[in-house]
Design a protein around this ligand. Structure first.
Ligand code: SF4
Ligand code: SF4
Length: 657
């Protein structure tokens, strides 16, 4: 075998703490290595051309690149090998940046470690074989999970490109948080005026099938061919016949249900349409309050419904869909401020959340857009906004910045002045973070034109005084304690991951971070892709995002799907398990262990039971290989021989430099 070793400086990222020329020179002593060099940036065009030239001139049949993480550039170097006519699996990478130069400053010791990683990579490469991908068909339909603004954008872009879209939304209507908001920053344009038409487009688009009040139950399969099960929850109303006339809501005697769309600041009937612009505009019964479903008496809605579409016997339904790609745009939940005992922990009626305040300001909200105090219905004249409630606070497990609270607080303070011209607004803040286009100008306008008083400091306590509330905090700029008597306090609650996010991530086989937000494949280079091929992300399921970023990511995820669907055939990853039938004794321990159901039972010509891997279903996790008592099932590219060669290389005596 003829192996070439390329040691990358990565500018000074590696070269500052690793003697790259020495590693390259020492690599030349390894068995089968016939060419070594060190280069400034191996991933650059000249760097890749050097690999291609060396493969051709030195007649190399394997390449080791010692550089950064394979997660970063393995695909790049594999393509370079293919351009030179080599099989892409004749590449090995030694990660001497993340695993060496970035974690230690001792150059001599780093240099030895870098060489040892190169030695391991060469040992593995000497046991590599060319692998070849199979081709398979693509189902050109996409599943969009979540009907907020990011999901809506992704669905419309895919549908407009001619692809069938299945949208699954867990709530009764699409629209997400944006549908609850009154106006958007920094332009202060009406949220439902810009979102509403897009929601209507979703409902009317011939390429979009919408399942509201539904959740993804199961996702099986692989890129290009996912089998999805959707649980369509019982609404007790036959939606095919419901016209959304609202006659049932008018007559329903059960009127004390918590109105979730209005964030609990009002009550609604047990049969309800959440808001006038809901898509789909269909009624649904909340069984927890329905007299008929709880006590077997009432049924008024069934009597008044002109289309006779009430069905008290309705059950959840499981629907099956086939798709080739998945876009998750499941959004976020608001932080539960009740953990802040010092702010009344949800006990004071006039301490409300920012989203409740949006509903109070909204013309389609429970007060018709009149800002009033929940306790007595009076118009507040002094409103205090408290920022960073559940953001940048490690004591409640939320050390991250939610990103958009500074801006929506400024917007709410401005709108308060518009609604109640003789009112005063105060904002307690830690820092003002307003990096978007026109954002900083907007927060300054709130202070300079609208007279909003900004106080830099955390609020330590909120307590009642008569009908009002005292907000006590520090003014860290003046170095004093401040107390403001408020009629109404609005907590700018931060964003946290959606409650079901980890469970959904596991169904999609993607990663999530310690806060439950989904993980992108690479935060800079692959911001809407995941490590599971064919699964893409958009919006606040990745972490808090404002509306423009969510819309941009919706379009970006749609563009990725379109790129995938531009091919009629996809290539399977050959790094999958394979059964050596002559060693397999048919115990099927591997099949029982495989988490993906990728191993099936077959019978050979002699009638013996054997295991067989379904290549397109196998995810290459390797669990089966350690289960097999015969060593009959091996993961291609990570066989026992290849891994033992690496271990042996590592265990050899250290070389001195
Ligand atoms: S009365 Fe019937 S048709 Fe009208 S909204 Fe209610 S369920 Fe739908
Ligand atoms: S490597 Fe084995 S256990 Fe893992 S998915 Fe493939 S067949 Fe299943």
């Amino acid at each position: 075998m003829r192996i070439g070793v390329f040691v990358c400086h990565c500018g000074s990222n590696i070269a500052a703490t690793v003697d790259c020329p020495a590693v390259a020179e020492q690599a030349g002593t390894l068995q089968d290595v016939v060419f070594t060099t060190d280069t400034m940036y191996t991933c650059s065009e000249p760097g890749q051309n050097e690999i291609i030239s060396a493969i051709k001139e030195q007649k190399l049949d394997g390449v080791v690149v010692a550089s950064c993480s394979p997660r970063m550039h393995e695909a790049t170097f594999r393509r370079a090998l293919e351009r030179a006519g080599l099989n892409r699996y004749m590449l090995e990478m030694a990660n001497i940046r993340e695993h060496v130069s970035w974690i230690g400053k001792n150059k001599p010791r780093n240099t030895i470690k870098a060489f040892e990683l190169v030695k391991i990579a060469v040992a593995k490469l000497r046991n590599n074989n060319p692998l070849h991908a199979n081709k398979f068909d693509v189902t050109k339909r996409v599943l969009v999970i979540g009907g907020g603004v990011a999901g809506i954008q992704a669905a419309l872009d895919c549908a407009d490109a001619g692809y069938q879209v299945v949208m699954v939304e867990r709530e009764q209507s699409i629209g997400g948080k944006m549908a609850k908001i009154d106006k958007t920053f920094p332009t202060v344009d009406c949220s439902s005026c810009i979102l509403g038409p897009k929601m209507v487009d979703v409902s009317q688009h011939e390429n979009i099938t919408l399942y509201a009040m539904s959740e993804v139950e199961k996702i099986e399969g692989y890129v290009g061919n996912f089998d999805v099960q959707v649980r369509k929850k019982a609404t007790y109303v036959n939606w095919a016949d419901c016209t959304g006339c609202g006659a049932c809501m008018e007559k329903c005697p059960s009127k004390k249900n918590v109105d979730k769309f209005n964030e609990g600041i009002s009550k609604c009937t047990s049969i309800n349409i959440p808001f006038p612009q809901a898509i789909p505009k269909k009624a649904a019964i909340d069984p927890s309050g329905c007299l008929m479903l709880q006590k077997g008496k009432c049924g008024v809605c069934a009597k008044v419904c002109p289309t006779k579409c009430i069905d008290f016997e309705q059950k959840d339904e499981i629907l099956s869909e086939k798709v080739g790609a998945v876009i998750a745009a499941t959004g976020y939940d608001m932080f539960d401020h009740s953990v802040y005992k010092q702010y009344g922990a949800g006990q004071y009626p006039d301490v409300i959340t920012s989203l409740q305040y949006e509903r109070l300001m909204n013309a389609s909200g429970p007060t018709g857009g009149h800002i009033v105090r929940p306790s007595d219905g009076k118009e507040p004249k002094k409103v205090v906004f408290v920022q960073c409630v559940g953001s940048r606070d490690p004591s409640v497990g939320r050390p991250y910045c939610s990103g958009f609270c500074c801006m929506y607080t400024a917007k709410q303070a401005v709108l308060t002045k518009d609604h109640i011209p003789d009112s005063d607004s105060y904002v307690f803040y830690m820092d003002i973070r307003s990096p978007g286009k026109g954002y900083d100008e907007f927060t300054r306008r709130a202070q300079e034109q609208y007279g909003v008083q900004y106080v830099r400091g955390r609020v330590s306590m909120i307590y009642p005084k008569g009908d009002n509330l005292i907000v006590r905090g520090a003014d860290t700029l003046a170095g004093t304690q401040v107390e403001v008597e408020a009629d109404l306090v609005v907590l700018a609650v931060g964003a946290e991951s959606a409650k079901n996010a980890p469970a959904l991530a596991e169904k999609m086989r993607i990663s999530y971070d310690s806060y439950g937000f989904f993980m992108e494949a690479h935060p800079k280079l692959k911001p809407v892709e995941t490590n599971t091929a064919g699964v893409y992300l958009a919006g606040s399921c990745l972490g808090p995002r404002d509306i423009p970023t969510s819309v941009g990511q919706g379009s970006a995820a749609a563009a990725k799907v379109m790129t995938l669907f531009s091919k009629d055939k996809l290539e399977s990853d050959p790094q999958v398990s394979k059964v050596n039938a002559s060693r397999c004794v048919g115990c099927l321990k591997c099949a029982a262990t495989c988490p993906f159901g990728a191993i099936k039972e077959v019978t050979d010509r002699a009638g013996n039971v054997k295991a067989e891997v379904i290549e397109t279903v196998c995810q290459g996790c390797g669990i089966c290989t350690v289960t097999c008592p015969q060593g009959a099932i091996q993961l291609q590219h990570f066989t026992d021989n290849q891994i033992l060669a690496e271990v042996n290389a590592l265990c050899q005596a250290q070389l001195d430099f």
